[in-house]
Every structure is written in C-alpha cells, then in structure tokens.
Ligand binder design. Structure first.
Ligand SMILES: Cc1cc2nc3c(=O)[nH]c(=O)nc-3n(C[C@H](O)[C@H](O)[C@H](O)COP(=O)(O)O)c2cc1C
Length: 330
C-alpha cells in the first residue's frame, strides 16, 4: 500500500500534516506527532502585525526620549503576548529541522505588501522546507472594494514567492466572490499550493455586559463540507497542490478530502482534543478503506469526486441549491 503524496513538490510519506498551531512550539510534542505518522508539520504563524510591532519597538527605542509615553497599541496583542518572538521563531525552525526528519513548514500571516514579507527569506535561511502564507483578513472599511483587497493579496504573494526558492503555499478564506478564479490568480502569482480554508473565529455577544467576546471553538466534521465543495470545484483546473484544512476528524473525512482533490490534509482540532495517536488511527483507516476499494495509491482516487469527474456535477453547483430548496414540503 502506497500512501505517499506530492505536496508543494515535497515528497510526503502520507497525506496527513499537522496544521498551523502551537504543536510545533514544543520539540518533544512535534517528535510525538512525527512518531505517530505525521508527514509534515506547519508551525504557528508569525504575524505581519507582530513583525511590524518589532520594527516599531526598535525604532521607538532608538528614536524616542526615555521620558515620553508610548501610545496604546489598540486591539492587537501586546508585543510580548505573542508566543514566539520573530528571533525565537527562527531558532525554533532550526531546532525542529535538527530534530525531525519530516518537512517543517513555517507560517507567515498577513495580507498587505510590506517589509514583513522579508521574513520569508529568513524562514528559508533558517531551514524551513516550505512557507505557508496565510492571507487572513477581515475587511471592515466600506470604502475598500474587493478587487483592491485581492490585488493587495496577490502582490503580497508575488513578493514572497519571488524572494525564496522553497515552495510557498497560500492559506485563503472561502469568502471570495469567485474563489475558483482567485485560485488561478494565486497560481499565476507563484503559489505552489493552496490551503483551503482559513477558519474564521466568530466573536459572540454577551447581552448582559454588552460586550463582544472573542472565543476559540474547535471544529467538527460539519466544517469539512465547504472545503469539499471548493476542493472539488478548484481541483480540476488547478495545476499545483491542494491541502484541506478544517473539519477533518475521521478516516471518512480524510478519504472525502482526497476524493475532492486534496494532496494533503491538515489536522489541528482533532489532535488538540484527542492527541497524536489519532494520526496513526486515521492512516490505518485510510489503508483499510483503500484495500476494501481496491486502490494501491492515492493518485488512483484523488479527485474522483471533483466537478469534472463526479457522476453528478450539478450536485456541486447552483442546480443542487434549487433542488434542495424544492425538497421541503409543509
Ligand atoms: C489553538 C490554535 C492555534 C492556531 N494557530 C494558527 C496559526 O498560528 N496560523 C494559522 O494559519 N492557523 C492557525 N490555526 C488554525 C489551524 O491551522 C486550522 O486552520 C484550523 O484549526 C482548522 O483546522 P481543524 O478543523 O483541523 O482545527 C490555529 C488553530 C488553533 C485551534
């Protein structure tokens, strides 16, 4: 049974990747994940705001007289609240590279072109095997049109992909007007792969204190469905790698993501809840499913349910929406 896959030009022993999260902060935890079968690990993100804050802190110390007050820096975490300062981040890449045999993917998180993208070069210098560029953004300014936002994103991607030799994947949101077209533009901008999708953390309202409360809820399998649909739509035309991220909690979920066209599948919530052994269990389940269905390798069924190859393409499209709404009778 051959579970190997090509992701971003990296030969992985199987499709399971530990997604961007705190797991790679700790070398012995990363080791356990590798021992359980993880084929690669993505580090938590280094953020545009964090890098800018470091630059500002440096300028402040160099240029500001000791007695003046600094301005409060709004909503962002204070500089020392980030878990890995930029310098430590680079050291952590080096440490993981010495310790692990699987690829280490460093994550850079931001969306506007700027000096912060220079960190991609530093990641490469520290030994990262690939870079995952997360374009997480929430546009709240009513004067900013979508095409301007996407143009900025593409410029950011170009500035990263043109400055490094290691492959760059781009983690995007599902909420673009035309994700299939945006995927092709990212490919033209040099992305070697896409990670579908970012998960938005929805704040809740506290109706007693009238406060907006941030919260981090882990995912469940229902979140996979949106990923399956867009993997199925994007994969027939996208020539580079695709990774499913969000809502993979079982062997069945893993198989579905590959059927939709994924080359790799990222796990975070499942591992936070149930630990590294879930990687071993999912891989065993994948092997059993492949045996039952007569497959020897992943290429034989990758994309078999995508928009081009599935028996009922309309099920992925607007036609299905109409059919489903008509199915309710009262
Ligand atoms: C505690 C925690 C920390 C995370 N940190 C990052 C991060 O630094 N960068 C990033 O791109 N995604 C981050 N994520 C998002 C995950 O990489 C992943 O996209 C999301 O959890 C969906 O996958 P899942 O359903 O397997 O959890 C984080 C998720 C969790 C739960």
């Amino acid at each position: 049974m051959n579970l190997t896959t090509d992701y971003l030009g990296l030969k992985l022993r199987n499709p399971l990747i530990v997604g961007a999260s705190p797991f790679a902060d700790n070398g012995s935890v990363a080791q356990q994940l590798q021992d359980a079968g993880a084929a690669a690990i993505v580090m938590r993100s280094l953020f545009e705001e964090q890098i800018d804050a470091e630059q500002r802190a440096l300028t402040y110390h160099l240029e500001t007289p000791a007695e003046s007050n600094s301005e409060a820096t709004s909503f962002f975490p204070a500089y020392d609240e980030y878990q890995l300062a930029p310098e430590l981040y680079l050291k952590q890449i080096e440490r993981l590279k010495k310790q692990l045999s699987i690829p280490v993917i460093a994550s850079l998180n931001g969306c506007r072109p700027g000096g912060w993208t220079d960190y991609a070069v530093k990641f490469e210098g520290a030994g990262a095997d690939a870079i995952e560029l997360n374009l997480y953004q929430l546009v709240t300014d009513p004067d900013v049109p979508g095409d301007e936002v996407e143009a900025d994103m593409l410029e950011t991607v170009r500035s990263v992909t043109s400055s490094v030799r290691v492959p760059v994947s781009v983690k995007i949101s599902a909420f673009h007007t035309a994700p299939a077209n945006f995927a092709m533009l990212l490919q033209e901008a040099g992305a070697q792969g896409l990670v579908l999708f970012n998960r938005f953390y929805q704040p809740d309202f506290n109706i007693e204190d009238l406060e907006v409360e941030p919260q981090l809820k882990l995912s469940d399998s229902s979140e996979l469905l949106m990923r399956l649909r867009w993997l199925a739509i994007i994969s027939p035309n996208f020539r580079k790698s695709l990774s499913a991220s969000g809502g993979v909690h079982s062997t069945e979920d893993l198989v579905k993501a590959i059927l939709a066209g994924a080359h790799s599948v990222q796990l975070v919530s499942l591992l936070l809840r149930q630990g590294p052994r879930m990687i071993t269990l999912l891989l065993e389940g994948l092997g059993e499913w492949m045996t039952t269905h007569g497959y020897d390798n992943l290429g034989e069924f990758r994309g078999a349910m995508n928009l081009q190859r599935c028996p009922d393409p309309a099920a992925h499209e607007r036609a299905n929406y109409q059919r489903i709404l008509q199915s309710w009778k009262v």
